[in-house]
Design a binder for this molecule. Structure first.
Ligand code: SF4
Length: 340
């Protein structure tokens, strides 16, 4: 079914997380009076939803706005437009009680396992900290819970007294996970969990995340730089470029038929011998750099790098088209999605 704009709810019934037209814009000021002369559109009109127990992977190069999007869902950065609905409740600009609930039930696993842990605290205290913040359990119960959490992420509970610098990158990421799980969240935002790890450790980390999702009945929003691991790990995939989601759909549908040229390029670069798409056979290359969000190109923001650019692309920003069905939408922001 074709349609020209994102519906209000690109949503399965009763999603755990629904993000509606979310924006994070920063003013650009100039002159003696520091008048606003424009806006840096770091996150722009992003809409998606995640059902309970499912995983959505949002993929795009560094700097496309993924981390900021994660932070704005958690209200660590205030959105400038749009809404975030978590478990049926609007949590945009929340009151203190709503914010406390949100921070208990949603955690963000930050990408740098070396900088996200206080080096002066032993890991047992680091994992226990969220229990204290959310007033969960008595001292003895917290100790037992910390030991259980360390075990669940594959660490020996006897290491609780050791400081983070005694641990490798993968072990620190395990500590971060134990800490994220402490307050019994239902949604984890995984911000490039592999970026700072040795590639040989990536399968191990992904297997751990998959096992924890099942054990703890978790829902994931995975933020990643490329599509590696996405096919086996997520149910939905969104491709982000210059603050916007340019393609969004079921993983199987996007793999089968990627419509946006940027998605086609990302997929063509996957070292996957079984991938059966035309793009794989063509091995597309991505030229140039992603644009500065303060100086986005007019029209389609991808046009300076697009191999199929036409005049219209330089002038008119593409609207979303649904290339799937009403039940299983597949959204694409490209003037020529229907042609290719
Ligand atoms: S709208 Fe034009 S420039 Fe943008 S992705 Fe489509 S073909 Fe390329």
């Amino acid at each position: 079914m074709m349609g020209n704009s994102f519906p209000k709810d690109n949503v399965q019934n009763d999603p755990l997380l629904a993000v509606h037209h979310l924006q994070v814009h920063f003013p650009i000021r100039d002159g003696l009076l520091r008048r606003q002369v424009g806006a840096m559109r770091a996150v722009d009109d992003v809409t998606f939803a995640i059902a309970r127990g499912e995983t959505l992977a949002l993929v795009g190069e560094s700097g496309v706005g993924k981390t900021l999007l994660g932070r704005s869902i958690l209200q660590l950065t205030q959105p400038t437009g749009g809404r975030v609905v978590f478990a049926g409740q609007d949590v945009t600009r929340p009151n203190p009680a709503t914010l406390r609930t949100l921070r208990r039930q949603v955690h963000m696993l930050f990408q740098d396992p070396y900088r996200s842990l206080n080096p002066r605290m032993p890991v047992g205290k680091l994992v226990a900290e969220p229990l204290a913040v959310h007033n969960m359990g008595r001292a003895a119960e917290r100790e037992a819970r910390v030991a259980a959490l360390l075990q669940q992420v594959g660490l020996n509970p006897y290491c609780a007294a050791r400081p983070p610098f005694d641990f490798s990158g993968l072990q620190r990421q395990r500590v971060n996970l134990a800490r994220a799980l402490a307050s019994e969240p239902v949604l984890l935002i995984l911000d490039e969990p592999l970026t700072r790890l040795d590639p040989v450790l990536h399968p191990q980390m992904m297997a751990l995340l998959a096992a924890l999702r099942t054990e703890h009945d978790l829902t994931y929003l995975l933020l990643a730089q490329d599509l590696a691991y996405v096919r086996d790990f997520a149910q939905q995939v969104g491709v982000m470029y210059a603050g916007r989601v340019v393609e969004l759909g079921d993983v199987a549908a996007v793999w089968q038929r990627p419509f946006h040229p940027y998605t086609q390029i990302l997929l063509s670069q996957l070292p996957d011998p079984e991938l059966e798409t035309e793009t794989k056979r063509q091995r597309l290359r991505l030229e140039g750099k992603s644009p500065d969000p303060a100086r986005l190109p007019a029209g389609c923001h991808f046009h300076p790098r697009c191999p199929y650019v036409a005049d219209e692309c330089r002038r008119v920003e593409p609207e979303y088209r649904n290339m799937g069905t009403a039940e299983r939408p597949h959204w694409v922001a490209c003037h020529f999605a229907a042609v290719g």
